[in-house]
Design a protein around this ligand. Structure first.
Ligand code: NDP
Length: 487
């Protein structure tokens, strides 16, 4: 979505989301610089891979120490980038958890990929496996949760033995330099981990150099990335948008449901891929649910006075406010009612929107079809469970979904029929709960490729080889019965 013009010696204007001012100008990496960095990383990667997972863990443990020492600075820098999102201040801690988690998981993941045995089809052939890292992984990341979404892919790629070239969003590039101050404290790591800055064209330059790509961002850009990777015949993993639903049944505890829906929809100003963007409520409790939701929504405070106080901050990317405005106007023009919120406020140059609840919505409206990425909660009444499930599945996306019912069994029965990768029962926003333990796939436009979390996500950066040894006599061309041996 963000764009700028690449020119020789061009500088990147970085807008501060709280003031609206351009308060940072960064050089835009040229194609030659991207190619030079890629070549340097590629040259260093074999030594990194040769260290083995144990050697890399030792280096990453030292990096963990450096991150720990700068955790507060990392959080502050991320908060300037995002405008003061709650999770920004936790980014130092989240990075530490990410690295510490892979310190435990990576050796086990490598162990689980080892295989040795005898061919079933040809018993005289011994088989052993070898895993080889893709030499250079390109990571292209978005402006929401800028550090976390860059490192979710970069960290396991490094543990796998790859070198990583990162292209963060031009909207939020500050935190990356703060992070790299810690990377440079570990020379072996600095040799295989670097970044470039600039707009989408720089992302394309990274694709031109890498052996595999991890992209997080919007569906339209994801398509361009997939096409560019296809042209080069390199794999790509795409983590794209969402339009995640929540179903609230007649038997649900409405207070609990309203609390969970509000948090799931407006956390980080709704700029989260798995935000709740559509709510379906049994018609018998629709009005009571909306009343509770409105009451709670009106108690949410902006953080305009102090980024550490308040509950939600400004839009990180100013054009996002225009998209949200367009969705709201479209909904109202088609008959929706805005019950609370709805006005974009310019406070000291930052663009804010209070939690905005809409009723009388339907699936002809943009706000029920396209990703809004703002603190908006359209609520629609449903007649019966079949209709709720049909509405929840009436989407091009399928990242996550939530169900809040009278009991977990009722919620589970509904959740099992919804097409999405993460199904949250009796709450919303449980993505963090599944980190590390296991990954899940995305449905529809929400993703492409293998899961990005869980131990098996390391596989995205590894190719498996089979070494096949003939232990018996070799077959001759005139008497070639070897294919029948194992039957
Ligand atoms: P974009 O798709 O606009 O950008 C993502 C990244 O791609 C940015 O670094 C961007 O650079 C870069 N880029 C832009 N054009 C190209 C191109 N032609 N080739 C290669 N790279 C390019 O996404 P946003 O930054 O707006 O992020 C918000 C989106 O990310 C939302 O749709 C959200 O749902 C999704 N997202 C998905 C998640 C998931 O796990 N499924 C998690 C979080 C967000 P630049 O910004 O510098 O233009």
């Amino acid at each position: 979505m963000a764009s700028a013009t690449v020119a020789r010696e061009a500088l990147l204007d970085v807008r501060n989301p709280r003031t609206g001012e351009v308060d940072l100008r960064l050089p835009i990496s040229s194609r030659v610089e991207v190619a030079d960095k890629a070549a340097r990383l590629r040259a260093a990667q074999p030594a990194w891979e040769a260290m083995g997972v144990g050697g890399r863990c030792a280096a990453m443990a030292r990096w963990l120490g450096a991150v720990r020492a700068r955790a507060a600075d990392i959080g502050e820098a991320d908060a300037v980038d995002t405008g003061g999102c709650h999770t920004s201040y936790l980014q130092g801690f989240i990075t530490m958890r990410n690295v510490a988690g892979w310190l435990e998981d990576a050796p086990k993941a490598f162990e689980s990929l080892k295989w040795e045995g005898v061919s079933i089809s040809m018993p005289t052939v011994a088989v052993e496996s070898q895993v080889v890292a893709y030499p250079l992984v390109g990571v292209i990341s978005p402006w929401n949760a800028p550090l976390m979404l860059a490192l979710l892919d970069a960290v396991p790629a490094l543990f796998a033995g790859s070198a990583v070239l990162l292209k963060p969003s031009e909207v939020t590039p500050r935190v990356i330099e703060t992070l790299f101050a810690t990377v440079r404290e570990v020379p072996e790591l600095a040799a295989v981990f670097d970044y470039v800055t600039g707009p989408g064209e720089v992302g394309q330059a990274v694709i031109a150099e890498a052996d595999t790509i991890c992209f997080t961002g919007s569906v339209p850009t994801g398509r361009k990335v997939a096409v560019a990777c296809a042209e080069r015949l390199i794999p790509c993993n795409l983590e794209l948008g969402g339009k995640d639903p929540c179903i609230v049944t007649a038997s649900a505890d409405l207070n609990r449901a309203a609390t969970a829906v509000l948090r799931g929809a407006v956390y980080a100003t709704g700029q989260v891929c798995y935000s709740i963007e559509r709510v379906y409520v049994d018609k018998s409790v629709h009005d009571a649910f909306v009343a509770k939701l409105v009451e709670k929504a009106r108690a949410v405070r902006l953080n305009s006075d102090n980024p550490r106080a308040g509950h939600i901050g400004p839009f990180t990317f100013a054009p996002q406010a225009e998209i949200v405005k367009r969705h709201l106007a479209d909904a109202v023009a088609k008959g929706a009612t805005i019950v609370t919120g709805g006005e974009i406020e310019d406070i000291g140059g930052g663009l804010y929107l209070r939690p905005t609840i809409l009723t009388g919505v339907n699936h002809d409206m943009l706000i029920m079809q396209d990703e809004t990425f703002g603190p908006c909660i359209p609520v629609m009444a449903y007649r019966d469970t079949e209709e709720a499930i049909r509405l929840a599945n009436d989407t091009s996306f399928g990242l996550t979904a939530s169900v809040i019912a009278g009991d977990a069994e009722e919620a589970r029965a509904i959740g099992r029929r919804i097409n999405a990768g993460g199904i949250f029962l009796q709450d919303t926003f449980l993505t963090f709960a599944k980190l590390r333990t296991f990954g899940s796939d995305s449905f529809g436009w929400s993703g492409y490729g293998s899961p990005r979390i869980g131990p098996e996500s390391l596989r995205r950066f590894l190719r498996r080889k089979s070494l096949l040894t003939q232990t018996g006599p070799v077959a001759d061309i005139q008497n070639d019965h070897h294919l029948g041996q194992g039957r």
